[in-house]
Write a protein that binds this ligand. Sequence first.
Ligand SMILES: [Zn+2]
Length: 166
Amino acid sequence: MRLELQAGPPPPPGSWSDRELELMRRCLRLARAAGRRGEVPVGALVERDGRVLGVGSNRVEVGQDASLHAELVALRAASHRVGGWRLDGATLYSTLEPCPMCAGAALLARVSQVVYGALDPRKGADMSAYDVLSNSSGNHHPLVSRGCLGQESGALLQAFFQRLRQ
Ligand SMILES: [Zn+2]
């Protein structure tokens, strides 16, 4: 059913580089840490030129702030680290398809690539519910890679929401 979170389409074997898998595993660890704090388990980071510029996990509950999504936390940390809002050449990794807010922030920060795990049928802004990332109008659009460790990310989210319902 449409409201259920689902893992992204499984990529063909070997389609992810060791580096991409390593960084997405780090995002998964950030997501699990968020889950242990009672947050929806989503983790993200920003990498450029082999350096991780910022990491983030979902902090909406602890901060009581709807904008504290993992991706936005990571983008803010990266901008702070580089001392500027432009993140050209950077890649945003997230365990979940970014929502319209985070996808918009990634566009405005001019990140060059977005790599994510599970699809979010309710709020996903790549191809699920909105088309912020994939919309071809507008003059800057990142390359999007979907489904990196999507099964793991989706399973983590499903387990979290199952526990909430119990
Ligand atoms: Zn978001």
